[in-house]
Design a binder for this molecule. Structure first.
Ligand SMILES: NC(=O)C1=CN([C@@H]2O[C@H](COP(=O)(O)OP(=O)(O)OC[C@H]3O[C@@H](n4cnc5c(N)ncnc54)[C@H](O)[C@@H]3O)[C@@H](O)[C@H]2O)C=CC1
Ligand SMILES: C[N+](C)(C)CCCC(=O)O
Length: 523
């Protein structure tokens, strides 16, 4: 029901018009290269909104084929204002509801997502290019997130403080108001839930702007929230790029901006938000170190290195792309990691056996390949991959595929080791001692994540303590259960997503002081 008429499965020739069906019936059979999205992708006031114009429309590509799958029409000042007003009117109702009542609505939303996970995941794959196996996991993480914050919605509480003479004070945790979420293209649906679930649980409303490259799934989340029973306008979606984002950050009706994306854009978001003293959460990029000691369980370390580098075609902010391997085990590590990397099945992301799909766009693919050539120029050795990949299936010829790459002979001063590549490229470097590797691992302006593989438990915790990063994985990498906080140190940002603490980032504290005696006036 929720998507009736969203998507026309385009079938060639005369059948075309007759075959137009609802997405619910077409998605199960949807295949790469067939889906065209026609319906409006903006959502406020409890429904999808058709803009009265097509100004500055941008094509949205299916990464696996290079085909245009829909048009993204950006919202201008008027539309942004309408969405924020719509969110504000919903906020006035939602904030007054008991936390337990909000929880019930959120649980229903989580249930609906779980029920429709296959279809949402397929649409995510078609728009993003990642493998269906990963997308299904992303959608599962999404409903976990909503369930988790539903559980916390009833827990908002303050403190009672005793003061002399029977006087006392209490604190209340109150929502902030209308919050803005601005998302990246690597986890489109999941980012929308990471931001909206805690925001809504605390009693806020949210206006969400997805990346212009991945506009199609956020509006499905909006429909699901609506179906679950949120007041009309509580979760709005406005489409657009930098300009629309700027309008959101400057709007006086906005209390907070939660952003996921690159460092340069993060700086702009912070600057713009400062004009209105808006709170910000910034989830930015990284160039995270993964340290592998010779006493590790090698098979797990190799698997960890692959998980740290190749999820979502390497387009993950917390990836461990600087892999430091203790010199004694370097040959074995490289042999094993290269062997496994070469066998990663690349191809049609909707097929169950595929483990690596297409990068998000042609420019992104070119940028990543450019990093590989630069690395070669600077003296790195390509042990495998790093080349454009053309799958045998003819419909994938125009897709943005590349073979996953392992670089050896890397030094800390190389571009590939210093900059966030955001593609499937692992740089491997040897190290000798713990002290040395910690110093090298921390020698970066980023600080999102880090990892260590060792069987020495004291070493593991000592290294975790000394790494300057918001997360340290011990003997694994890139698992991110919703129960634990996620966020950066240094230029990787501040504020946290997930975990209990995020309730604090979406609420504010009010102090109420109650005088029980007479007023002692100085005047
Ligand atoms: N660390 C991470 O999670 C991510 C890092 N990146 C990095 O950034 C590079 C560029 O990718 P983009 O998608 O262009 O990232 P971006 O950081 O420019 O975009 C992220 C979001 O911010 C919005 N935005 C852009 N400029 C804005 C502005 N001036 N005001 C308000 N909102 C604005 C975009 O429309 C998008 O929704 C990638 O190649 C990658 O290296 C990109 C996405 C996620
Ligand atoms: C799910 N996980 C941990 C692999 C990545 C989530 C962070 C991001 O948005 O890049």
């Amino acid at each position: 029901r929720y998507l009736r008429s969203l998507i026309l499965l385009v079938v060639s020739g005369p059948l075309r018009r007759k075959m137009a069906q609802s997405v619910l019936s077409t998605m199960p059979g949807a295949s790469t290269g067939t889906v065209v999205v026609k319906d409006p992708l903006n959502f406020w006031g409890g429904k999808r909104v058709t803009l009265g114009h097509e100004k500055n429309a941008e094509p949205v590509y299916e990464p696996a084929t290079g085909r245009v799958m829909c048009q993204m029409v950006p919202c201008g000042a008027e539309e942004v204002d309408e969405a924020i007003k719509s969110a504000h009117s919903a906020y006035l109702i939602w904030r007054k509801m008991a936390g337990m009542e909000r929880a019930r609505v959120l649980l229903e939303a989580a249930r609906i997502i779980r029920e429709r996970r296959d279809n949402i995941a397929k649409l995510e794959v078609i728009n993003n290019g990642k493998s269906i196996t990963e997308a299904l996991e992303d959608i599962d993480v999404s409903w976990h997130t909503i369930e988790y914050y539903a559980g916390l919605a009833g827990s908002l509480a303050g403190q009672h403080v005793q003061l002399p003479g029977g006087t006392f004070a209490y604190t209340r945790r109150e929502p902030l108001g209308v919050c803005v979420g601005i998302g990246a293209w690597n986890y489109p649906f999941q980012i929308a839930t990471w931001k909206s679930a805690p925001a809504l649980a605390c009693g806020n409303a949210m206006v969400f702007k997805p990346s212009p490259m991945t506009p199609v799934t956020a509006v499905i989340l909006a429909e699901i929230y609506k179906e679950a029973g949120v007041p009309d306008g509580l979760f709005c979606v406005v489409q657009g790029g930098a300009e629309t984002g700027t309008l959101l950050c400057h709007h006086p009706g906005v209390a907070k901006v939660s952003f996921t994306g690159s460092v340069p854009t993060g700086k702009k978001i912070m600057e713009m938000s400062s004009k209105g003293i808006k709170q910000v959460t910034l989830e930015l990029g990284g160039k995270s170190p993964l340290i592998i000691f010779k006493d590790c369980e090698l098979e797990n370390a190799v698997k960890g290195a692959l998980m740290a580098n190749f999820l979502t075609q390497g387009q993950v902010c917390c990836n461990g792309t600087r892999v430091y391997v203790q010199r004694d085990i370097m040959p074995q590590f490289l042999e094993e990691v290269v062997k496994r990397t070469k066998t990663i099945p690349i191809g049609d992301p909707l097929l169950d056996d595929t483990r690596m799909g297409a990068l998000i766009s042609k420019p992104q693919l070119d940028k990543v390949l450019g990093y590989v050539s630069q690395a070669k120029k600077e003296g790195a050795r390509v042990l495998c991959g790093g080349e454009p990949y053309i799958p045998s299936d003819p419909k994938l010829k125009g897709g943005y595929f590349m073979s996953p790459c392992v670089l050896d002979n890397c030094r800390d001063d190389m571009t590939c080791v210093k900059e966030e590549i955001f593609g499937p490229v692992m740089s491997v470097m040897p190290f000798n001692t713990e002290e040395e590797v910690i110093q090298r691992a921390n020698n970066t302006t980023f600080g999102l994540a880090s990892g260590v593989f060792t069987r020495d438990i004291s070493r593991a915790h000592r290294v975790a303590e000394n790494l300057e990063a918001g997360t340290c994985f011990i003997n694994n990498y890139n698992i991110s259960p919703v129960e634990v906080p996620f966020g950066g140190y240094k230029m990787s940002g501040f504020g946290r997503e997930n975990g209990q603490v995020t309730m604090e980032y979406f609420s504010q504290l009010k102090t109420v002081i109650v005088e029980m005696g007479d007023v002692e006036s100085l005047f």
